[in-house]
Each structure stands twice: as C-alpha cells, then as structure tokens.
Design a protein around this ligand. Structure first.
Ligand code: AMP
Length: 430
C-alpha cells in the first residue's frame, strides 16, 4: 500500500508548540495581572463577525478591508469575516451587550487570533495573535496617558528589550479634512511616481497613501506634509496634555510626525511600539484613539482609546520569560511490566499534589530509562524494580549528583508526605 502523504498546514497559519506556548502563556498571564491593576476586565469575543462590521469600522479604502480579509458567504449567504483585528468586535459587544449604558467607561482587554491575508514572512503570518486593551467612554488626555503607562509597564514586565514608543496625533474631524485636501494636492503633484492604488486613494481617502507599502510610494510620501503641522487647537492641546503626563511618569517616547495607523477610525493620539532586532516587521504593537467609532457602529457618541500587541513578535523579543521553562521535577521509571500499575499510581498521587511528573514506559534497561529521564531534564528518577516492589519502597536517584537513595519512598505513604519528600529532594542543591 502506498504511504499516505503528510498534510501541511495552510500557508501563513502555524502551530504553536508547547515550548513556545509556554512563553505565550507567561506573556498572557503577565498582561492579565498587570491590566487588572489598571481596572481592565477580560472580554472574550467571537472570531467570526459580519463582514460589514469591518467594512464600516476599518474603512472601505484600507488595505485590510480591500485585500486582506478572509471573507466568505455563509450557507445562508450572509457575508462573514474572520476578524482581522478586535477593536471593532469590542465596540460591537460594548453596544450590543449593553455596556454602553451599564458601564460606559468600560475597560476591556482581549487576546486571541486575528486573520489577515498578507504575504507571510518573518514575523508576519496570516493567523496571528494579539493581546489588546480598550478604554471606552473617555476623551481626556489622562486616559491616553494611563493606557500608555500601562503599555510601557507591560513591555518592561516581560523584558521586551530595545523597544521604542513612537507617538503622533492624526487630528480629528475638525482638522483632518483640511489636511486631507493638502495631501491630495501634494499627491496630484507627484502622480506619476505613485502606484495605481494610490491614484484611487488620492480621490477617495488621501490619508491612505501614507501607509502604502509600495517602495516608490513610500519615497514620495517621505516628503509629504504631516498632519502634526495641521492640528486644530483642540487636538494640539490634547496632544500636549498626553505628552506632559508621559513626561511626568518618565515614559520615554519619540514623536514621529509620519506615523499614521492603517485604519480609518483613528483620531488624535496614534502610537506604535517598534523593536530593534525584529527586521522588516518591526512593529510590536500599536494603537490610538477612535472617538467616532462607537457612533459609526450604531452606538452612542462615545470616545475610545486602545492598543494591540502582536504576541508572536513580542515573544521574539521578550527576555523575561526564560526561567519559565519547566522540566518535570521527577521521572518515574517502571523497570518491569508489573511495575507499571504502581508507577502510574505513584505518579498520579504526586501529580495530585502538584508535583510535575514524567512517566516512562516499562520494558527497557535501567540504563536506557535513566537516559530518558536525563533527556527530560528531571532532577530525580524514581525507580521501581523487582526489589523495590517487594519492599514497597521506590529507589530515588539524584540525576545531578548521581546518588542513589535506596528504597527511599514508601509507596503506601500518604500522598502529601510523598510529595513533600520529593520536593525536599528536588530542592536539595548539589
Ligand atoms: P495593527 O493593528 O496592524 O497595528 O497590529 C498590531 C500588532 O499586531 C502589530 O504591531 C504586530 O505586532 C501584530 N501584527 C499585525 N499584523 C500581523 C501579522 N500579519 N503577523 C503577525 N503579527 C501581526
């Protein structure tokens, strides 16, 4: 019979194997702990939403909506989309779930997969994962500052090295139209150097030429006017207040007047965290203010500000997670087939007491079993041979000191006692 071919994962979709997922969990737990100090509660959102949610919130002319969404017709022909980001879903839930009335200043954080059909490369996937936080109902600069302090503290807590917070203001409904007109004028003067997508963008939504990824367009855009020079008084005051609070808290940041976010709903504060050493995909996280979004999605006129961090990229630069790799403290080794039952019983009792235990199959030599225990990085091997079974006591070998304690563990001792004994032996340093 022909050997069946292996089936590969879909391009841009990847598995997170235990070694990596342990680091992810640590990143998530650090976020949970820290974000709770700032009053954030977790929201768990569906991955699938109606396509119109994103068309309306992100903007019809954005790259995400035009080229990158996984949209398909459900069996009843409803257009559905695998979420490319979570802010739109958070806002939908805020309105639909009645938080807008019950808790208008809700602070929500989320984590989970997002889907964008981008060209996969290092640090860029088609399914990727984010941890994000959203603060609804607040338009004051204090909210932006608090959020940015939390973000900075989070990056420090997980040991994200060499990151830089870049800040900008992208104006609001008052000053942006004037800037858009100026940008359109600039673009028309450089039309031949811009891609055809940008020609279209210039007419429909000139701001989008600022995040075009085509190198020729980027070169043109580098000389374009910046929105920071066109801010109205209210936006200028808001930005100054955010900056003063960040300075007070000694949160380092750099103004980047060319920073724009790829989605239409941002206004005023926009920011990004970039990391050295990530290569081309150097953005670890980003966010900003989205004051018109809740109303645009059919809710009350409520402002909001938030951020999202890419877990894959954060895991690549977070150094604070190394010590979290846990090898089993103990590996139980049944020498003979008849030791299998007692070995499982001993393992279960230790695990019930919270001791991580590795358990090897029977039927190999002691030497082979000890090699297996060593490979797992365990400190102790618990050996169950004929002699041990006859005595009802397991032998313990210290795999670091290469010492045996013959018939050390009474198999019928209370589980708690066994666990304490094992922990004492594991804790014993050479
Ligand atoms: P954005 O909403 O595009 O600013 O994304 C926020 C963060 O999510 C980015 O800074 C990245 O860390 C991460 N991210 C966005 N797109 C991808 C992707 N295709 N693959 C991996 N991470 C991504």
């Amino acid at each position: 019979m022909e050997k069946p071919a292996a089936i590969a994962a879909v391009k841009g979709f990847r598995d997170v194997l235990p070694e990596e997922s342990r680091r992810w969990r640590a990143l998530e737990e650090a976020a949970e702990r820290l974000f709770a100090l700032y009053g954030f509660g977790e929201i768990r959102l569906p991955i699938l939403e109606r396509a119109e949610l994103f068309a309306r919130s992100l903007g019809e002319t954005t790259d995400v909506v035009q080229k990158e969404m996984y949209t398909f017709a459900d069996r009843d022909d409803t257009a559905l989309t695998l979420r490319p980001e979570a802010t739109a879903g958070v806002v939908r839930a805020y309105v639909e779930g009645g938080l807008a009335q019950r808790d208008p200043a809700a602070r929500l954080f989320y984590r989970g997969p997002m889907f964008r059909r981008e060209r996969p490369q290092r640090g860029r996937f088609r399914q990727f994962h984010q941890i994000g936080a959203e603060m609804l109902g607040r338009e004051d600069a204090l909210a932006d500052a608090e959020l940015l302090v939390m973000l900075a503290r989070y990056l420090a807590a997980v040991g994200a090295r060499d990151t830089r917070l870049e800040l900008n203001s992208v104006g609001d409904a008052v000053c942006r139209p004037g800037f858009a007109a100026r940008l359109r004028e600039f673009g028309r003067a450089h039309l031949t150097a811009l891609c055809t997508d940008c020609h279209r963008r210039l007419e429909r939504n000139p701001l989008r030429i600022l995040d075009c990824k085509v190198p020729e367009c980027r070169a043109v855009v580098a000389a374009a006017p910046v929105v920071l020079d066109s801010l109205c008084d209210a936006c200028r005051t808001h930005l100054d207040a955010v900056r003063a609070l960040l300075d007070q808290e000694r949160v380092p940041y750099a103004m980047n007047p060319r920073l724009v976010r790829g989605l239409d709903y941002y206004c005023r504060t926009a920011f990004e965290v970039v990391a050295e050493g990530l290569g081309a995909q150097n953005a670890v996280g980003g966010g900003g203010r989205y004051d018109g979004l809740v109303a645009a999605l059919g809710g009350p006129d409520v402002p909001g500000v938030g951020f999202a961090i890419g877990i894959e990229r954060l895991a690549m630069i977070a150094t604070g997670m190394e010590e979290l790799v846990t090898a089993p403290a103990v590996v139980v080794l049944p020498l003979a087939e008849r030791a299998v039952g007692p070995a499982l019983a001993l393992s279960t009792r230790l695990r019930d007491e919270g001791v991580p235990v590795g358990l090897e199959p029977a039927g190999r030599s002691l030497k082979a079993l000890l090699r297996a225990a060593d490979r797992r990085g365990a400190r102790l091997a618990v050996i169950l041979g004929d002699e041990e079974l006859a005595a009802g006591r397991a032998t313990v070998r210290d795999l670091v000191r290469h010492e045996d304690r013959r018939q050390e563990l009474a198999l019928d001792a209370p589980a708690r006692e066994l666990a304490l004994r094992v922990q004492a032996l594991v804790g014993a340093r050479p």
